[in-house]
Design a protein. Sequence first.
Length: 347
Amino acid sequence: MTETMRAARFHADIKTNVLEDVPIPAPGPGEVLVKVEFCGICHSDLSLLDGTFPAMLPVVTQGHEASGAIAALGAGVTGWQVGDRVIPSAGRPCFQCRSCRRGDLTNCENIQLMAFAYDGAWAEYTVAQAGGLTRIPDNVSFEQAAILADAVSTPYGAVVRTGQVRVGEAVGVWGVGGVGTHIVQLARLVGAVPVIALDIDPVVLDRALELGADYAFDTRDPELPAKIAEATNGKGLDVAFDSAGLKVTFDQALGAVRRGGRVVVVGLSGQEASLGPTATFGLSQKQVLGHLGYKNIDIEVLAELVSRGRLDLSRSISEIVPLENVAEGIEKLHNHVGNPIRILVRP
């Protein structure tokens, strides 16, 4: 093994990603070194570049949706071998907060995010905690495995845990790009009916119908409230997911849920939204819930669903770019070129 590797490094002072040669990291106690096969480009990566997310480090390797094979084991690692196909978790516990001190690492109050608080996987190698690894089933590709750690697991957590979608509930999804497309699929998988996709792009809406949405509506349609009412037999939505995080999408989602319904905000932006008058909001008994991330067990569940053919991610990989062309992939995602669900980087 050579002593250096290529990595795409974010420099906070110039808000630019630079391809550099850096030392291959060594795994510490309880850690493994992973040879990266693929790593996704996520909108949160773009948020670091454009300043929506404040930088936590002056320089950091980006990329947090990774798959690969173990290349080396750190001291004390058991249950894993060199060559094992794995998905690293996109976060690690702080080991300092009250939950961590009690041994409840999955509910760490100050979770450290990969590619923000520590180096990520837009690189040939990355270091990961052995306790956060998920084994990739033999019949699941590295490409599809890579997006499980965030692009699919975050929507899964939003649907199953935060939104608590139940069989027969009416669900609407505002913004059916990478996150929203998977929310549509997972809401259908858990039994939501109808599942309504909402966007401004007709190509994206057609794709949502092909992947499981019962209805697809243009959010600019002046008849949108009437169409949602008709699709839900007049009751409105039980759960609305805002995967865009914009004021307009939040306002529409909040207005579309029934009395006592839930709005789950998954998309992130710098825009401000309002609940309206407190009296009106209180009387409506609606709930607004913020969602971020997932639990490691979610990745294992999703890997099993893909392995057994219950969850189809065959159309989720829009394009693969080499590491030296990561800037091209970022630009395509930022400008929605080809309406990507997920663009992957291959070192």
